[in-house]
Design a protein around this ligand. Structure first.
Ligand code: KG4
Ligand code: ZN
Length: 348
């Protein structure tokens, strides 16, 4: 057996149930036509991970087992559509924590089999690219997307649905990882991004001049910045924490916006889109809108709920994948190290 028997015509009325369990969020969503979000439920086990200062894989998997079924039931109920109306079930197959991914993938396949509808395996990173467009589907290509999450920092040129070119990526820490590590060092807790965002509101972003790494490269590096923060605090133990947070945040945002802007200019992009958890950052959102306004290009800034992990973006990406590639075989697995199907700049 490779796929479910029922073939589906993918159009504006096609209803996809999306399931997301790659990390600590357990999410389900019903989306019609690839962009009409009928419901989106997100539950998280974050409280259980806080004492450990990071996500504990086994705790995340166990939480998914407990939460996923009620979250799916609620997503279907809130959508107002009968489960017999669901045309396909999409789930994140990677990247992510293997034990966490398996819960969502196994559940999605079982539902697809029982309902006799296609199963669609979704790349979590591709879904983050769609999140910015989900709320504003008036797409003009090419588009440059900055994907900034806990595990990734990438600048991607989107030439069409499913057509991505890698313009730059981090050579060490991801931006979210840098936020999390610096917050832990400053004693601001976990998750670090929102904690630094909050603390920075009370600080002076010009108080400390932290380095902007590899300014002439399209790639990113945040490891040296993290070390610079630690060295500064060691040398100046009385420094105001809010000033450190604000100056660090400014250095990260400056770098992200400058490189995205240059990339957009180089490829002649019509718009700049933000995606991933770090896209929830207040300063990044503000500077992004200002930069796009100054450069006369469209800004796609997802709502905060759409930046962090959710299943609406999985259902939307699933709708596009189903339309372009058809159903995913039911014997497909989960892939913790899955990458975007990218072409590096300079290659044909
Ligand atoms: O995309 P996401 O929810 O999960 C991954 O796929 O990684 O991103 C999580 C990351 C964490 O590193 C978190 O600290 C960061 O996004 N983050 C933020 C903010 N909210 C979440 N970083 C900066 N400012 C925020 N407001
Ligand atoms: Zn994510």
């Amino acid at each position: 057996m490779s796929t479910t028997s029922k073939s589906v015509v993918v159009d504006e009325s096609t209803v996809v149930l999306g399931i997301e369990t790659s990390c600590d969020e357990t999410a389900a969503s019903v989306v019609m036509g690839g962009s009409d979000v009928l419901s989106s439920i997100v539950s998280t086990s974050i409280e259980q991970h806080i004492p450990f200062g990071g996500v504990v894989p086994e705790i995340a998997s166990r939480a998914h087992v407990e939460l996923l079924t009620p979250v799916i039931a609620l997503a279907i109920e809130e959508s107002g559509v009968a489960d017999t109306r669901i045309d396909a079930v999409a789930a994140t197959v990677g990247p992510g924590l293997i034990g966490a991914l398996l819960v969502g993938v196994a559940t999605a396949k079982a539902l697809a089999l029982v309902w006799d509808v296609p199963f669609v395996g979704v790349n979590h990173l591709e879904a983050h690219l769609y999140a910015g467009l989900l709320e504003d589907p008036s797409l003009e290509l090419p588009l440059v997307v900055l994907l900034v999450s806990g595990g990734h920092t990438m600048l991607v040129e989107m030439r069409g649905y499913g057509e991505y070119r890698l313009l730059g990526e981090t050579i060490d820490d991801a931006a979210g990882e840098a936020f999390d590590k610096v917050a832990r060092y400053l004693g601001l807790g976990y998750p670090g991004g929102p904690a630094i965002d909050r603390e920075a509101q009370y600080g002076d972003p010009e108080a400390i001049s932290f380095p902007r790494a590899i300014p002439d490269s399209p790639d990113f590096s945040f490891s040296g910045l993290k070390t610079a923060v630690m060295n500064h605090v060691r040398k100046h133990p009385d420094v105001v924490t809010a000033d450190v947070a604000a100056s660090f945040q400014m250095a990260v945002v400056d770098t992200l916006v400058a490189k995205a802007r240059r990339a957009a200019r180089e490829v002649g992009a019509k718009g700049l889109a933000l995606g991933g958890g770090v896209a929830a950052n207040s300063l990044l959102r503000e500077r992004w809108l200002m930069a796009c306004d100054e450069d006369g290009i469209r800004a796609f800034v997802p709502s905060r709920a759409m930046c962090t992990d959710n299943a609406a973006m999985i259902a939307a990406a699933g709708w596009h994948r189903l339309r372009s590639d058809g159903p995913t075989p039911l014997d497909a697995g989960a892939y913790p190290g899955l990458r975007l199907p990218l072409v590096r700049e300079g290659t044909p």
